[in-house]
Design a protein around this ligand. Structure first.
Ligand SMILES: Cc1cc2nc3c(=O)[nH]c(=O)nc-3n(C[C@H](O)[C@H](O)[C@H](O)COP(=O)(O)OP(=O)(O)OC[C@H]3O[C@@H](n4cnc5c(N)ncnc54)[C@H](O)[C@@H]3O)c2cc1C
Length: 372
């Protein structure tokens, strides 16, 4: 039997993960990417493969599967990564209450509550003053997204024979044909992984879907002095109201009300703070969250200041001089779902809507979507 021919639109992490899953299953795969190199959400993130944010059960399992594939790719490609784990520091009783419930209800083996002293051991950045404790998770992995998303196509080419066409925007699809202007491909299986672009391909399907965009502002420091290492990736209490893993905790509404009073601006701008460190010793810090189909093209410094002032409350960073700021935009489901899978016509599948967890979930999701 001849191999099926598959075409994937988009070389962000979702398209690359789908290309890998298709190639694993035996398809001949072509990827078509609009830009000369992918420059969307997938290169603009923290590089956190972050199972702790996923709720127990299938999503957590999917995150662990993705993590295993990341490690295989990074190992074979000889790329930097760090199994830092993550630490969420708690400074208020309302935060500790949610963490204690999480420990009782979630049951994953890789997490534990830690004392202030243990938290400080996990990261020299942690401020001990007022610290009540923390949640340590061993699962989290940091990759360098700029390096990894650039290297994945080469790995897919060499390992699986996937072919890439960069600098070509797919303008129209009618199965089995795919056009980029007048250029045409033919494929049995077509996957549309176009990220935050809802307007070019199947716009009527995106218009009907419960999906919007989220703009996220990010900051990066200069390398930390004297090889200073942050250890665990860090976050604090505000993160608890942003991730599915904690959504079902009975005390979460109490914590949310507490934050609405204590940090009204942070809640309004969707600010919570995550920090990761790259191979060069730089810290990547974020983030704000603004939602809508039409987003302000300009970055607001008041949002970045909220991020930095909150960071300063729970972490001491030796060198907080900024080297870069930027923003990224990811698609976000508005109905609580964790992905959007649509079949706009036979043979065509749209894979989208992974929100702030595409680096964590894409490899596992792609295997589930493509099938065995
Ligand atoms: C600032 C920020 C921080 C984040 N941090 C994390 C994190 O630490 N951990 C985590 O798990 N997730 C994180 N995320 C989320 C994650 O980055 C996204 O879920 C993920 O990158 C989405 O991948 P994607 O492939 O759908 O989109 P993209 O990376 O945007 O890729 C879509 C690609 O499709 C191409 N394309 C679109 N239309 C066409 C067309 N018609 N023809 C050809 N090509 C086309 C685009 O050029 C683009 O390259 C973060 C996101 C942002 C923005």
């Amino acid at each position: 039997m001849s191999k099926s021919q598959a075409l994937v639109v988009g070389a962000g992490i979702v398209g690359l993960a789908v290309a890998r899953a298709l190639a694993e299953r035996g398809s001949r795969v072509v990827v078509v990417e609009r830009s000369p190199r992918a420059v969307g959400a997938s290169i603009r993130n923290f590089g956190m493969v972050w199972p702790i944010g996923q709720s127990a059960g299938p999503l957590y399992e999917r995150a662990l599967r993705s993590r295993a594939i990341w490690k295989q790719f990074l190992g074979e490609a000889g790329l930097w990564y760090q199994e830092t784990g993550s630490l969420l520091v708690a400074r208020y009783p309302e935060e500790m209450a949610v963490l204690e419930e999480f420990m009782q209800m979630d049951g994953r083996a890789s997490v534990r509550l830690c004392t202030p002293a243990e938290a400080a051991e996990k990261s020299p950045a942690v401020r001990p003053n007022g610290l009540l404790g923390g949640l340590w998770s061993a699962d989290e992995l940091i990759v360098d997204p700029r390096e990894a998303i650039a290297a994945l196509p080469k790995w897919l080419e060499e390992r699986y024979g996937v072919r890439f066409h960069f600098g070509m925007a797919v303008t129209y699809i009618e199965h089995p044909y795919v056009w980029a202007g007048r250029l045409r491909w033919e494929a049995d299986l077509i996957y549309v992984c176009s990220g935050a672009d809802f307007e070019i391909l199947y716009p009527e399907h995106f218009a009907r879907a419960p999906i919007t965009r989220c703009k996220v502002q990010m900051l990066r420091t200069l390398p930390q002095p004297n090889g200073w290492q942050m250890g665990a990736s860090l976050c604090a209490g505000l993160t608890l109201i942003h991730y599915g893993a904690f959504a079902q905790m009975p005390s979460l509404p109490v914590l949310r009300r507490f934050f609405e009073e204590k940090y009204p601006q942070h809640v309004q701008r969707g600010v919570h703070v995550l920090v990761s460190q790259n191979a060069a010793g730089q810290l990547t810090i974020g983030d704000t969250h603004d939602y809508g189909l039409e987003l302000d093209p300009f970055d607001r410094m008041d949002g970045n200041e909220l991020v930095l002032s909150y960071l300063n409350e729970f972490a001491h960073i030796p060198r907080l001089h900024l080297a870069e700021t930027w923003h990224g935009i990811y698609p976000k489901m508005t109905d609580g779902r964790t992905e959007l899978i649509l079949h706009p016509e036979p043979g065509v599948t749209i894979v989208n809507g992974l929100g702030g967890a595409g680096m964590t979930l894409s490899f596992g999701l792609a295997e589930a979507v493509v099938g065995g």
